[in-house]
Write a protein that binds this ligand. Structure first.
Ligand SMILES: *Cc1c(COP(=O)(O)O)cnc(C)c1O
Length: 398
């Protein structure tokens, strides 16, 4: 029998997850019920964040953060080009401009230097925010980036969609010890899943309240925030039970109770998921060292304990005499999935129309070599050996 196909990522669902979802489905609330708040409480406890707002997906979470910070037309935000589309797109959703930052070619991470170069390029524009992406689950240098943001009066958003369960400078990712927001995705390829789902954490109660409004049409139901006395209150001063107010339109970005039930069940296993992924990555790294100089493990940045989402190899396809597409097709024929994270976002046709000439050589160099190998909780040590063995033979490294 041929060994099972190894996708580059997949969820890990056990009977306890299925039971948690089934119980939620049999409950009184399918959405906007108590499991949403319970999940948010668990998420706060796990990340050490004062506030956690559950939402429909990570992209919605980024959009909520952009709205809550008041980013809008005439503003600009710095975004590393080595990321998923959503990090840049959320800036465009609110009508602000994206200023792309380069990344370190060995880690793919934004650095204080590449952020400063982006800020210099944006001179004369109203740059209001810095987005940092913890690419692959490895954390960017948050103490230095937070200092840079502070010096320049920038709000700081961590796109932590890759990094749930990681730690940076001794604090859990998402604690918001350094940034104003941290945004997570619980898509099935990520470390823990809700099917589709996202969470934004913040330490600021005002930002928390704004995100809760924008998550549900911009509606405010708390009488403490009503601005119209005659509409909101009875003559005797009691709040009208049907009344809600909208200061600015939001969206329906809510997560359901059964998704949150799955999220809670998955969070309860997060430490195990993160630890196993770290073991697999450590094994990959040792094996990949043996493929030098054709392939190498990702560059490591000290100061963080990654919550690995992806396990990239950095490959010299030219030296191997094979295109990346050919390597991927040959790996696939051997039952091994792989993926490229990412085509630099500033080179997407949409962003190219806005800035046709921008060159970001660090991101180019990273993109040239990167290939994500299978990484998920259910993998065996032997699967890692099989992947690296297959990669060695495809690259002609042995
Ligand atoms: C997955 C991901 C997102 C978007 O999350 P969704 O839940 O798929 O909307 C945003 N940014 C990064 C870096 C991601 O990997």
């Amino acid at each position: 029998m041929a060994p099972a196909y190894l996708p580059y990522g997949r969820q890990s669902i056990d009977d306890d997850d299925v039971r948690a979802v089934a119980e939620a489905l049999r409950g009184d609330y399918l959405t906007t019920g108590p499991l949403v708040a319970a999940f948010e409480k668990d998420f706060s406890a796990k990340t050490g964040a004062p506030h956690a707002v559950a939402c429909s997906n990570g992209t919605a979470g980024l959009h909520l953060a952009a709205m809550a910070m008041g980013l809008g037309p005439g503003d600009a935000a710095i975004v590393p080009t080595m990321t998923f589309l959503a990090t840049a797109n959320c800036v465009r959703y609110v009508g602000a401009d994206v200023v792309f930052a380069d990344v370190d070619p060995s880690t793919g991470l934004i650095t204080p230097e590449t952020a400063a170069a982006a800020l210099a390029r944006a001179s004369g524009r109203r740059v209001k925010a810095l987005f940092v992406v913890h690419l692959n689950g490895q954390c960017a240098d948050m103490p230095a980036l937070a200092a840079f943001a502070k010096e320049n009066g920038l709000l700081l958003v961590e796109d932590a969609c890759h990094a749930l369960g990681g730690e940076v400078a001794g604090t859990p990712v998402g604690s918001c010890a350094f940034g104003n927001f941290a945004v997570f995705s619980l898509h099935p390829v990520k470390t823990a899943t809700m099917g589709e789902g996202g969470v934004v954490t913040t330490a600021d109660p005002d930002l928390d309240r704004l995100m809760r409004r924008y998550r549900s049409h911009g509606m405010e139901r708390d009488p403490a925030f009503f601005t119209s006395r005659p509409d909101g209150f009875d003559a005797d001063g009691s709040a009208n039970p049907w009344y809600y107010e909208m200061e600015a339109p939001g969206y329906n970005y809510r997560a359901t109770d059964f998704q949150c039930a799955l999220g809670r069940s998955q969070l309860s296993k997060l430490d195990r998921f993160v630890a196993r992924r770290a073991e697999l990555v450590a094994r990959y790294r040792t094996r990949l060292e043996g493929l030098a100089p054709l392939a190498a493990p990702l560059g490591l940045l000290p100061g963080s304990r990654p919550g690995w989402h992806l396990c990239p190899a950095l490959i010299d396809f030219k030296a191997a005499g094979k295109s990346r597409g050919k390597v991927m097709r040959e790996l696939s024929a051997l039952g091994i999935g792989s993926q490229v994270h990412y085509f630099p976002v500033h080179r997407q046709p949409y962003y190219r129309r806005i800035d046709p000439v921008l060159r970001l050589p660090g991101a180019e160099a990273y993109y040239e070599r990167v290939l994500s190998l299978p990484l998920f909780y259910g993998m065996a040590d032997e699967d890692v050996d099989r992947v690296v063995g297959a990669l060695a033979s495809v690259l002609g490294a042995q």
